[in-house]
Every structure is written in structure tokens, then in C-alpha cells.
Design a binder for this molecule. Structure first.
Ligand SMILES: *Cc1c(COP(=O)(O)O)cnc(C)c1O
Length: 403
């Protein structure tokens, strides 16, 4: 599970160097290349930067992606600086006028518009700036039959939602868009949808087909010849309980190639985040203490959910591997080393809250104070979604391995 480069670094770090985030950039590169190779050549792959916006991660992905999906003014600035020249698609709810102005100044290539008011704001800002062509995709809550989303973990559309536009609202937006009557600066280039996350390949293909069909009908009904782009979103499934069961990119690529054949003249685009970067990162730390309470074993780790909030938000056990530390330097105390053997143990952090749990009642052959624990699947929605300042513990180290 853990790559040898990560293991070597981790055993060289001292206790005070921990916790640490370790990213295996060659592993990320290989994964991104495999994903890209599985997709049909005409399909555009954008990376949703909010999953992990660390500059070395963004730069490692650059040769394998078409562009980046950004979801705030902060991400626009950050990604532009980290990977200059890469196309950006600016999505997300609640864009302010200031953010839109700055995004236009920075030449953001695509705007994913989430509401009628946002469309009006964008038109006004573009007019004020004297910009006469802004490429817009309308984010639509494309209706799906109730069984189409299957077991989606987090449904974003197909039901009442703060994101995107309902189909009726799309009708009201059309007069504001050129190609549909307006002579204003906004050009309707396509439809964007991000309806769910956690879908497997067959479910993703069903959703993609529904979005593409909906876009075709809209364009046919209104004679929208410039509506050539269909962004079907991200949300490719990631299975934390089975790190080896990865999203079936080969089947997905094949299905998307078929879908492209059914929609000649349209560019299909996807924007995964988690499924691209989750596997390349590890959160590594050491066991500070082992104790029993009410007959259950607890391992208290240096660090916790203020560094990796993922298991708390997703209510799962973060997968981990124990790296036993046997050198005498690890245990120099004149008392017995606290340990558990062949027993379920709950791994907790240093926070004074019962929510600071990284994995619950997981059976381990042995775990001792001073051993190291490497949490896998920490490359997405991990450090950057965590509440770092709670309790004022030191920040982890960051290591981007690239050899
Ligand atoms: C978060 C997000 C994504 C990426 O989702 P993943 O589950 O990380 O693949 C893509 N598009 C939009 C609009 C998003 O909000």
C-alpha cells in the first residue's frame, strides 16, 4: 500500500518532524497518465483544484490535464500563479462582483454560471471592463430519473439544491446570452453539471448521458449552434474501505468514447478532483500513548483531525498502515512500552473532543507507543479541509517526493 519512497522518508524523520504529509509525485504522475490514457483523446480533463490545490500537485498534473476547475477568487489567483497559462473554468456558488472582475482581468477561460443574478452580474462587470466576449457554461440541475443516481454519496443535483440552475431558470437566462438573442458580452458555450459524488463508472456514464442528452435538446429547441461544450462534472467514486478498488477508468473511457460518438460536434469535459489526487498523499505520525478504557484500546497519535478532517467529515475509518519502529532510540524510557496486540484499537488524535477519531476499533497485530502510522488516501480533501488552528498544535511538515 505505502510506496517505498514514502516509507523510506518516514523512517528517517524524527518524532518531532511528525506529523507530516508526504506526497508521492511520481505515483501521482503515473496515476494521472493512466487516467488520461484511458479517456478518449477528444475528452477534456479538468482537475477540480479544491480537492488539493498544493502547487506541486497542480504542477505535476499539468501535462496530463486540459485545465483546472476553480471555485473561488482565491483559487483563481492561486492556480493562475501555480500553473500559468493553464485554462481555468471558474465555478462555485456565490461569486462576488469583485471575484468576477478579477477573474476577467486574469483572463479566466470559462465561467460556470450558477444563477440568473450571477449571469447579470457577470454581464455588467464585463461591460464595465469593455470585454466583449465571455465564454459561459450554465450549471444546470439536469433532471435525472430517481434511480439514475444509485448510491451517490453526496447528491448535488436532481433535487432541490443551492447549486446551479433549475431547467426553468435556464429558459430565463437564454435572453441574456448571445447566440440566444442578446448582443451582450456573454456567449453561451455549453452546459455544466456536477450532480453527485462517489459514483462508480456505470453510474457516472448514465449521468453523463443524461446531461449530454439534455444539452442537445436545449440546443436543438432554441437553435443554439454555439452550445458545443458539455461538462459532466466530477465525483468519480473513491472507496476508502478498499483502497485497491479504484474507479474503473478503462470502462468509463470506453463509455465516454461511445457517448462522444452519439454527440458529434460537442466537446465532452469532466472535472474530477478526489479520484485524481487522493491516492498520492499520506498523513504520517507516531503513537504517543496506548491506553484502555472500559475494556477498549485507544492509541493516541501526535496530530489528529485538525490536520486530516476527512475521517470525521466522511464518518469513515481512514485506511492506515502501521510502520513498527524497533530501534532502541524509539523507546528509551525506563518503563514498559505501552502496546496492544491482536486487539481492536481506536486511533485518536490530540484534540479535546470525542470527534477526534481517525479510525475505530480496527484490528491490528501490534501497535506500540513510538510506532508510526501512515494514513493512506490523504491526497485529497485532507489537509485543506481541516480546522488547523483548533487547539493550536503545530502544523505538520510537508514533503513532496519527486525523484
Ligand atoms: C467539488 C467539485 C468537483 C470535484 O468533485 P470530486 O468529488 O472531487 O471529483 C467537480 N465539480 C464541481 C462543480 C465541484 O464542486
Amino acid at each position: 500500500m505505502i510506496t517505498s519512497a514514502v516509507r523510506t522518508l518516514v523512517t528517517e524523520l524524527t518524532g518531532d518532524d511528525l506529523p507530516a504529509y508526504v506526497y508521492d509525485l511520481p505515483a501521482l504522475r503515473a496515476h494521472a497518465r493512466a487516467v488520461r490514457d484511458a479517456l478518449p483523446p477528444g475528452l477534456e480533463l479538468y482537475y477540480a483544484a479544491k480537492a488539493n490545490p498544493a502547487p506541486p500537485v497542480l504542477r505535476t498534473l499539468a501535462p496530463h490535464v486540459t485545465g483546472y476547475e476553480v471555485a473561488s477568487g482565491g483559487e483563481v489567483e492561486h492556480v493562475r500563479a501555480a500553473v500559468p497559462g493553464a485554462p481555468l473554468a471558474f465555478g462555485g456558488p456565490g461569486k462576488t462582483e469583485g471575484e468576477l472582475r478579477r477573474a476577467l482581468t486574469l483572463g479566466v477561460e470559462r465561467f460556470h454560471v450558477e444563477s440568473e443574478q450571477e449571469l447579470r452580474l457577470l454581464a455588467g462587470v464585463a461591460e464595465d471592463a469593455g470585454i466583449d466576449a465571455v465564454d459561459v457554461l450554465l450549471r444546470v440541475n439536469v433532471p435525472l430519473a430517481s434511480d439514475e443516481l444509485g448510491g451517490a454519496a453526496l447528491a448535488m443535483g436532481g433535487r432541490p439544491s443551492p447549486f446551479g440552475l433549475d431547467p426553468e431558470a435556464v429558459q430565463r437566462c437564454l435572453p441574456l446570452l448571445s447566440g440566444a438573442g442578446s448582443r451582450g458580452p456573454l456567449r453561451l458555450r455549453g452546459i455544466h453539471a456536477h450532480l453527485a459524488s462517489g459514483l462508480d463508472a456505470p453510474a457516472q456514464l448514465t449521468v453523463a448521458a443524461a446531461i449530454a442528452d439534455w444539452a442537445r435538446k436545449l440546443s436543438e429547441r432554441h437553435g443554439l449552434d454555439d452550445l458545443t461544450e458539455v461538462n459532466v462534472g466530477g465525483g468519480m467514486g473513491v472507496d476508502y474501505a478498499h483502497p485497491d478498488r479504484r474507479f474503473d477508468w478503462a470502462a468509463y473511457g470506453k463509455g465516454m468514447a461511445d457517448l462522444a460518438l452519439r454527440h458529434p460536434g460537442r466537446t465532452l469535459r469532466i472535472e474530477p478532483g478526489r479520484a485524481l489526487t487522493v491516492y498520492c498523499g499520506w498523513y504520517v505520525t507516531e503513537v504517543l500513548d496506548i491506553k484502555h478504557s472500559g475494556g477498549e484500546a485507544f492509541a493516541v497519535l501526535r496530530g489528529g483531525t485538525h490536520h486530516i478532517r476527512t475521517p470525521a467529515t466522511k464518518q469513515h475509518d481512514q485506511p492506515f498502515q502501521v510502520l513498527p519502529m524497533d530501534t532502541t532510540a524509539t523507546w528509551t524510557r525506563p518503563w514498559a512500552r505501552p502496546a496492544v496486540r491482536e486487539e481492536p484499537v481506536t486511533l485518536v488524535g490530540q484534540l479535546c473532543t470525542p470527534k477526534d477519531v481517525l479510525a475505530r476499533r480496527v484490528q491490528v497485530p501490534e501497535l506500540r507507543a513510538g510506532d508510526r502510522v501512515a494514513f493512506a488516501m490523504a491526497g485529497a480533501y485532507a489537509w485543506n479541509i481541516s480546522h488547523h488552528d483548533f487547539l493550536m498544535h503545530p502544523r505538520p511538515g510537508f514533503h513532496y517526493l519527486d525523484t
